[in-house]
Ligand binder design. Structure first.
Ligand code: SF4
Ligand code: SF4
Length: 262
């Protein structure tokens, strides 16, 4: 019998873990995620952030172009994805937002839900079971608790980004380029090239719709260049306390993951 609720079955639906690449729905990261991945891989939390982090941009109000920027994981493809085997190298401690995909996408956000259905066949005709709904509610609660701790660590967190006109994107891109170039030649990397490519598109953006469609992808490298150091500083300053701050939620998360068989 075919399940009428979501089943993650890469062999049937995607074969290449398509939700782990492509940059569309990049996962957000709590500092708790960074702590757990760091413990699992042995790489320091700070180094993880600088080498694999990104900024994820979430639309707050589509018409006002008000956006929430949060720390996230690079996703084009995700650096933890083994593309040959389509396996995740940090699966037992994967970010909470990876574990919650696609169950946490609110059905009420019909535009986003339709976009996700178009992109991912595993979501297309499937709802979720009561058990999945309860599970993801618990997970969202844990994620919320970690985000509150993140905010205590880093003050009020990242500011809301309001970009209402293409010129404002061009201003942000200029600031980001200045900051990236100030890091000097040793700071030059694929990130600089990605940023220069995104900033180079600022002058090509003319109409509102053209701009809106591409805004999330273009803003990611721009906001990363602007906020990389402040987030890295917070992680470096507080990482000794991460075990204590995120220990309880990490234990609960481990338990939730052990109950996720879908
Ligand atoms: S959630 Fe969907 S897209 Fe992602 S690996 Fe599972 S089947 Fe593939
Ligand atoms: S951390 Fe793992 S599950 Fe999440 S996007 Fe990367 S490879 Fe996929």
């Amino acid at each position: 019998m075919t399940a009428n609720h979501f089943v993650c079955d890469p062999a049937k639906y995607c074969r290449d873990a398509s939700c782990c690449k492509g940059g569309i729905l990049a996962p957000g990261l709590t500092f708790g995620d960074v702590y757990r991945i760091s413990k699992h891989t042995g790489e320091s939390p700070e180094s993880l952030w600088h080498s694999r982090g990104d900024i994820v941009v979430i639309t707050q109000d589509k018409y006002e172009i008000e956006l929430l920027a949060i720390p996230g994981l690079f996703h084009d493809p995700c650096p933890f994805l083994d593309e040959e085997t389509a396996k995740c190298a940090v699966y037992p401690v994967r970010p909470m937002s990876c574990a919650s995909f696609p169950l946490s996408i609110p059905l009420s956000d019909t535009d986003l839900y339709e976009e996700v259905k178009r992109a991912y066949p595993c979501v297309r005709k499937q709802g979720q079971s009561t058990r999945q709904t309860m599970w993801v509610l618990n997970l969202n609660g844990l994620m919320e608790a970690e985000r509150k701790t993140d905010e205590m660590i880093s003050g009020s967190g990242l500011p809301l980004v309001k970009v209402k006109r293409p010129e404002q994107y061009a201003d942000l891109a200029r600031t980001a380029l200045d900051m990236q170039h100030a890091r000097g030649p040793e700071g030059r990397s694929w990130r600089t090239e990605r940023l220069e490519a995104a900033a180079g598109q600022a002058t090509a953006i003319r109409s509102y719709h053209d701009y809106y469609d591409r805004l999330h992808l273009l803003l990611r490298p721009v906001l990363f260049a602007i906020h990389e150091d402040e987030i890295g500083d917070d992680i470096a300053k507080w990482q000794k306390l991460f075990g204590r701050l995120y220990g309880e939620t990490s234990q609960e998360y481990e338990k939730l993951l052990s109950e996720a068989s879908f």
